[in-house]
Design a protein around this ligand. Sequence first.
Ligand SMILES: Nc1ncnc2c1ncn2[C@@H]1O[C@H](COP(=O)(O)OP(=O)(O)OP(=O)(O)O)[C@@H](O)[C@H]1O
Ligand SMILES: CCCCCCCCCCCCC/C=C/[C@@H](O)[C@H](CO)NC(=O)CCCCC
Ligand SMILES: [Ca+2]
Length: 586
Amino acid sequence: MESVLRVGKKRYRVILNGIHFSWTELDKKNRDKKTVSVPVSELIGVEKGRVEILPQKKVEESEQHFTVFSVMRGSCRSSPSGLWSVGRTEFYCSSRDHRDHWVTQLKTALAAKSGMRPQRLLVFINPYGGKKKGVQIYRTLASPLLELAGISAHVVVTERANQARDHILKKELTGFDGVVCVGGDGMFSELLHGVIGRTQQEAGLSEHDPTVTLQPCNLHIGIIPAGSTDCVCFATVGVNDPVTSTLHIIIGDSQPLDVCSVHHQSTLVRYSVSLVGYGFYGDVLAESEKHRWMGPLRYDYSGCVTYLSNRSYSGTVQFLPADPQVSSPRDNTRCLSGCRVCSESTERLFPQSDASSHTSSYSPSQYSQDSSQSEGDWVSIEGRFKCVSLTCMSSSCPRSPLGLSPAAHLADGTGDLILVRETHALGFLKYLHRHTNTEDQFDLPFVEVHRVRAVKFSLPPGEEDSEDEEDEEKQIEGWESKTETDGSTHKSMSQQHLAEKRDERGMGDDKKKKKKSDFLCGLCCSRAPSVSVWNCDGEILPFTEILCRVHGQLVRLFARGIEDGAGSRNCRVGNRKCKGRCVLHT
Ligand SMILES: Nc1ncnc2c1ncn2[C@@H]1O[C@H](COP(=O)(O)OP(=O)(O)OP(=O)(O)O)[C@@H](O)[C@H]1O
Ligand SMILES: CCCCCCCCCCCCC/C=C/[C@@H](O)[C@H](CO)NC(=O)CCCCC
Ligand SMILES: [Ca+2]
């Protein structure tokens, strides 16, 4: 369809074909002609009249106007890369019939995309996450956009921890195309556990057996960030912004994600997508749980306290290396939207399925993961470590924009194992500081990094996890999942308890008496505990000896990874960059 319409006072040639909706200013010399071209896949909605959606819905009736809403990269020249906003354009037609015809055509074009987009979502809001603004963020920023896009949402404001996980595990989910959380990494983790657990239940697979090839999950997960760190959102979208995330959900973006299952003996302990960290990151988390009242600042405070305690821990790390021909954690690449390494991994991980179906929305695919790969040989490293970290993705976050492992891939079926050996305090500070800039944190003599498929950690003889303590800790975990209504305390009580138990176990009887002054005395290493705890995506694990296995592309998010140079400098018309000439960005 093609017409001359007015936008403001200027005349435009407006064209809608199956792929693009574009408008070019007329009455301009050729070289100055400005074209705005929006892929139909990035249209959000069309309304009759002159309509505004954000910050509040306002409708001005007009028989000859219609308003088009679309994805716009950036909101101004200085927008961070990856930030999306809502582009809004009012068109003026020659008559009411003409206007109605345009609206019908645009709605038909949008309807043709409906198979690629979610129609019905199950949304869980944690009213206590981050700065406690989850409900407000959803009502003012996300809900109006979902409504505009014709997506219906069943909203549950949670009343206790693990309510979202249990709902997904047990309740009827027929008709939902995705589950969405409004909250932080902890809320995401609830959805992750619910979706993976439900999928395995339905497939009749045991999650406990680390050798089982788990069934990839069709139900997509969306994250509207409203937490403290929001690392998963940042690393898969590039920014922590509720509007950007809602737009990715609306247009049905689909980003596969590797997941690590953590086992103790023959039991599944938890799943992780971001960090399974022992030593420094475990200690920071344990310490931070004692200071939850500080809010997100507790991590900075606890980071300093833990750094000053200057601890290191003994243990044996074993790992199964990934194929070094495919990629390496030190190859200076970045996993960006449409990443080649991840696409090729799709073919390797699911050789029988149609690889192209993995790039679109939640179209259910017949997955069957390749388990023919022989396990290979385990490599063993023994020593004293400041930290042992396993991450399935970069784990970038506002604190560390390139993340724990900048070249890690979101969906390549591997994780990066980072070993930081015992070193002097200044050396470790250098390592930590490099997370905040572009210097290579692996280019230090006491740091090594390996791309792996599985990791085992064991304690030195005499320090192993004792069965009695495990039973007790399991009870604590069970208690944690019981109904709780006070969002500010649910985690602190259980995690603090576990942290204290760890301290007790590590310090022995006489040192227990001086537990209260422990972190100050941590400066003097003789009193430091010999065993740390594992931080698993922000939760303390109740076991120290664990086996981790990476499951390639086990879940899918409504995201597309980080866009190359997205933001105010470039837009994409089809697959070609507009080099900043598009009027969206001039
Ligand atoms: N209504 C509720 N009451 C108490 N806890 C809840 C409730 N809803 C969710 N939770 C729990 O709160 C925890 C933290 O939530 P969330 O991740 O949204 O926020 P956060 O501030 O980012 O937390 P974190 O400290 O993990 O970064 C989650 O682990 C989740 O299980
Ligand atoms: C001299 C300057 C030093 C600055 C050091 C900065 C180092 C930053 C590294 C960033 C690592 C992010 C790891 C992600 C962890 C999340 O899965 C998890 C859940 O939200 N967060 C925590 O455990 C919260 C605990 C995070 C510990 C930092
Ligand atoms: Ca990975």
